[in-house]
Design a protein around this ligand. Structure first.
Ligand code: AP5
Length: 222
């Protein structure tokens, strides 16, 4: 049966598990994962103009100016794969201005997921996080250690994952969270993100499966 592709936003504090859940969502539902953090880190690594503008903000744990990020997201959303497979926006919008830009472009999700995790857990998750630059996978020294010695040796730490920068990122998140989520209050689903990643994913999977069924039905009867 043909169905409209899903459009999903995932939000939550730094290290609430957005990237980790997105890996699982993409595996199961095939959506195009658009993470502004990942896109910006790729620009920094490639030494582009956007990257050089974004770098100082990111390393200080502050938000990159809206217009830089919004242009980047709009360009990515306009690509053909997104029309075919649907999208999963991770880390965007995260200011009122960004949410308003999307509304103006008439870009709205079917579902707005908020991962809810207590502050104490977040700091631990950030400080122990490691990234595999080859596979793009997210690890944690304690919770998800690398499978092999080879992977372990190539893991990198994000410059903004020190305890003081995590605290500043968390504060900025809290300042913006309400303004952003009010835009999507009618389609919001808050999920307890403090459980294991499998348990958290089960809940997300149920939501997305229901949504997908609903979309098929609408097309069949329409
Ligand atoms: P971004 O990369 O989006 O960072 P963030 O929002 O702070 O989120 P994180 O990537 O830190 O965490 P996550 O929720 O993805 O958690 P993860 O799955 O890795 O943004 C970085 C910077 O870019 C910003 O500070 C800003 O400067 C800039 N930027 C990005 N978007 C922007 C925008 N829209 N506007 C302006 N500027 C923007 O998990 C974390 C750790 O916990 C991992 O080690 C993982 O293995 C572990 N873990 C995950 N789930 C579990 C679990 N259930 N149990 C135990 N451990 C777990």
């Amino acid at each position: 049966s043909t169905s409209e592709p899903l459009k999903v936003m995932i939000s939550g504090a730094p290290a609430s598990g957005k990237g980790t859940q997105c890996e699982l969502i993409v595996q199961k539902f095939g959506l195009v994962h658009i993470s502004t953090g990942d896109l910006l880190r790729a620009e920094v690594a490639a030494g582009t103009e956007i990257g050089s503008k974004a770098k100082e903000f990111m390393n200080a744990g502050r938000l990159v100016p809206d217009e830089i990020v919004t242009d980047m997201v709009a360009a990515r959303l306009a690509r053909e794969d997104v029309k075919q497979r649907g999208w999963l926006l991770d880390g965007y919008p995260r200011s009122l201005g960004q949410a308003e830009s999307l509304e103006k472009m008439q870009i709205r999700p079917d579902l707005y997921i908020v991962l809810d995790v207590p502050d104490e857990i977040l700091i631990d998750r950030c400080v122990g996080r490691r990234l595999d630059p080859v596979e793009g996978k997210i690890y944690h020294l304690k919770f998800f250690p690398p499978e092999t010695e080879e992977i372990k040796e190539r893991l990198i730490t994000r410059p903004d994952d020190t305890e003081d920068k995590v605290k500043s990122r968390l504060q900025i998140y809290k300042q913006n969270a309400e303004a952003v989520s009010s835009t999507y209050s009618s389609i919001t689903n808050k999920i307890d993100g403090s459980h294991s990643k499998e348990v958290v994913f089960k809940e997300i999977e149920t939501l997305l499966s229901q949504l997908q069924k609903g979309k098929v039905k609408i097309i069949k009867s329409g």
